[in-house]
Design a protein around this ligand. Structure first.
Ligand SMILES: [Mg+2]
Length: 90
């Protein structure tokens, strides 16, 4: 799902780049915590994983906007995917 760019820009301009970069880390940490709970404790926390994955995706969109790297990331993805393809298929 493409996140409305104007909303992301408003968030960054309202709360500031530094606060939003810290929020990227905070949301990634929350997702890590839920993944660890799922693995280590065999916890059935799919809803929490969905929630935190959504948070991280939203924050990654803001990260790309803050550093103005949307296109570079888009361009890098097929290169990364191709490396994975080569590792898998030789
Ligand atoms: Mg969260």
């Amino acid at each position: 799902m493409k996140i409305e760019p104007e909303l992301l820009k408003k968030a960054v301009h309202t709360w500031g780049k530094q606060a939003q970069l810290l929020m990227v880390l905070e949301e990634m940490s929350e997702l890590q915590k839920e993944i660890l709970k799922n693995i280590n404790r065999g916890k059935e926390n799919l809803d929490e994983i969905i929630d935190e994955t959504a948070d991280v995706e939203i924050m990654l969109e803001q990260l790309k906007y803050i550093f103005d790297i949307e296109q570079q990331v888009t361009d890098r993805i097929p290169i990364k995917l191709n490396k994975i393809r080569v590792r898998l298929e030789g």
